[in-house]
Structures are given as structure tokens and as C-alpha cells.
Design a protein around this ligand. Structure first.
Ligand SMILES: Nc1ncnc2c1ncn2[C@@H]1O[C@H](COP(=O)(O)OP(=O)(O)OP(=O)(O)O)[C@@H](O)[C@H]1O
Length: 299
């Protein structure tokens, strides 16, 4: 069943709780992204993201995941089509964009933290969007400090508040990245390959934390991943991209070998041979097994 049909059917059922669960928070309409030089990263794509949903973007390298994700707050400018925030409207002017960005936090693969600053100072950066340029030159208000400490506590790093980022492990750094996103008090978190630099055990911990926090705070997440097993495990909804187009958009339970073949452009029989092993099973080396579906995406 097409996802939109499924949503409509439920909404028609007049179940108010379910209707609320499917409230759109952000949508893209006929979105196209073409980079200078004519590389088409996204072709006329329309998607509606629902409040509180944990969305995972899957696809081969170059499929268009980062471009779509970054277009959601205009870090990449769409060439055609539009992005609409349910709260602030179409992102077609600076004022709307600023308001939308303030409530849309980003988590990056390489954290984008300032290494020689403390964890607390980095988390406080999440508050900058709430202050004027001039105000941000002064020490941050006490309420912001308390909020930043609370965010560090939620990611289990209260005791590292005064540690420099370059004294933390990769997993701890990413948790600081999540705390900084939280300090923004966002409605939406965009996470671009947030666990690509982490080992499997740490990746699972970071994704578990991100999912838990989003569920607790009703945050909508759009997360690009290269690991199929994590997508299956954590996503409420998987959006599969191939060749700059959405080729799959449904719950993980509907992602069968035929659909995977569309995303990874392989024959379903080839996928069967390689899609069974789970990433955590190769615990001896703490690396992904050499022939798992998780690596189909990386190929
Ligand atoms: N700044 C850019 N300038 C020109 N072309 C770009 C730029 N960024 C991305 N592209 C191209 O756009 C296409 C989509 O790239 P994108 O980074 O969105 O894919 P992706 O699915 O996120 O890939 P990956 O998983 O490797 O990050 C690719 O062909 C890529 O080379």
C-alpha cells in the first residue's frame, strides 16, 4: 500500500489521536536540486514529514540523501519546488528561514564541534539562534547555562561539561553534538550520517539515544544512514533514494528484497545472499562483517 493512501485511510477513520500522530510538520513539493555543472541530485520530489516521526533516508552513495536532508533547512538551495514548514510557511524569505532554522537542529557526521572548547561551551552554541548578534557577544544567561547542563545530563555527559572536546571519544563527541541540537529546543532534528565515523557498538548507543530523546520530546527526525540494519531497527519510516528519486517510502516492515533491489539497484537474488547478517554479530573485531547488507550501501 502506498504510504499516502495508508495515512489517508487512518485519518478518514476519524481517530483523533492517530490524526494528530500524522500531522505534517514539514513538506517538500516538487523539490529539485541541480548543482553547478548540471549534476542532478534530486528530481521533482514531494514528501511530507509527520510530527514526531523518526525518518531514515537510505540509498547508495550519491543517491541524493544529503542533498535532500540539507535542502530541508536550505543549507542546500533547491533549484525548483519548495520546502514548507507547517508552523512558519514556505521557506522563501529570510525571516521564515530564520524562524524555521531556529527550531531545526542539525547533527553532523563529524560533529562540527569546536575542539578546543569545552562540551558545555559547544552545547551553548545551540542557544545562539535565540539571541541577537550583540547579545551573543556577552556571557550567556543563566537559564541557557542550566538548559545546556540539562542537555548534557540527558546524553549522560554531565560530568564532562568542563572537558575539552578533543579529550572526548568519538561517541562522546557525537553525544555532545546531540546535546547541542537539544539545547536548540528543536521541533526537527536533521542528522546527516550521524554514526558514519563510529564503531558498531557506539553507533547503536548513539542511535538509541537519539531515538529515545526524539520520542520523549516529540521531535521529528530525518536521519541519513548507510547501515540497513540500523534503518530497519530504528526507523518509523524509511525513505529510499536512488538516482535522485524516491523509490521507496514506507515502514521498515514493508522493505523486502524487491524494494531493496530498487534502492540498491541489485537483483533481489543477489541481495538475499548478503542481507542476512546483523552488524553486531562480528563482535570479535568490532567491525562490520565483510559481506553484509550494511555494506551494499557503501559500495
Ligand atoms: N556541492 C556539490 N557540488 C556538485 N555536486 C554535488 C555537490 N554535493 C553533492 N553533489 C552531487 O550530487 C549527487 C548527490 O549527492 P549527495 O551528497 O546528496 O548524495 P548522498 O546520497 O548523500 O551520498 P553519500 O551517501 O555519499 O553522502 C552526487 O552525484 C554528488 O556528487
Amino acid at each position: 500500500m502506498n504510504r499516502n493512501t495508508a495515512v489517508l485511510n487512518i485519518v478518514k477513520g476519524d481517530d483523533m489521536a492517530t490524526t494528530k500522530a500524522f500531522q505534517s510538520i514539514l513538506s517538500v513539493d516538487n523539490l529539485g536540486i541541480t548543482y553547478p555543472g548540471g549534476i542532478e541530485a534530486l528530481r521533482s520530489t514531494s514528501i511530507s514529514f509527520q510530527r514526531g516521526e523518526f525518518n531514515v533516508l537510505l540509498g547508495l552513495s550519491g543517491a541524493g540523501k544529503s542533498s535532500l536532508l540539507r535542502a530541508l533547512n536550505h543549507l542546500v538551495k533547491p533549484t525548483s519546488g519548495k520546502v514548507t514548514s507547517a508552523e512558519f510557511g514556505v521557506l522563501n524569505n529570510q525571516r521564515t528561514l530564520r524562524r524555521h532554522r531556529r527550531k531545526t537542529a542539525m547533527v553532523f557526521q563529524h560533529h562540527q564541534l569546536i575542539l578546543r572548547h569545552t562540551a558545555l561551551q559547544n552545547v551553548l552554541m545551540g542557544r545562539l539562534g535565540y539571541h541577537s548578534f550583540w547579545r551573543s557577544l556577552l556571557p550567556m544567561p543563566r537559564a541557557d547555562l542550566e538548559l545546556a547542563l540539562h542537555c548534557l545530563d540527558r546524553v549522560g555527559l554531565a560530568d564532562k561539561a568542563l572537558s575539552r572536546i578533543d579529550q572526548l571519544s568519538g561517541g562522546q563527541q557525537q553525544r555532545v553534538g546531540i546535546a547541542r541540537a537539544l539545547a536548540q529546543q528543536p521541533d526537527i532534528i536533521l542528522a546527516d550520517e550521524p554514526v558514519a565515523s563510529l564503531d558498531p557498538a557506539t553507533s547503536e548507543k548513539v542511535l538509541t539515544l537519539l531515538k529515545k530523546i526524539c520520542a520523549e520530546d516529540g521531535i521529528t527526525a530525518v536521519v541519513s544512514l548507510h547501515q540497513l540494519e540500523y534503518a530497519r531497527h530504528f526507523a518509523d519510516r524509511i525513505i529510499g533514494l536512488a538516482n535522485a528519486e524516491v523509490v521507496f517510502d514506507a515502514s521498515p516492515t514493508q522493505l523486502d528484497d524487491t524494494q531493496l533491489a530498487l534502492i540498491y539497484k541489485q537483483a533481489p537474488t543477489d541481495l538475499k545472499k548478503t542481507s542476512k547478517t546483523k552488524p553486531a554479530e562480528d563482535s570479535a573485531t568490532n567491525r562490520l562483517p565483510s559481506k553484509t547488507a550494511t555494506q551494499l550501501e557503501i559500495a
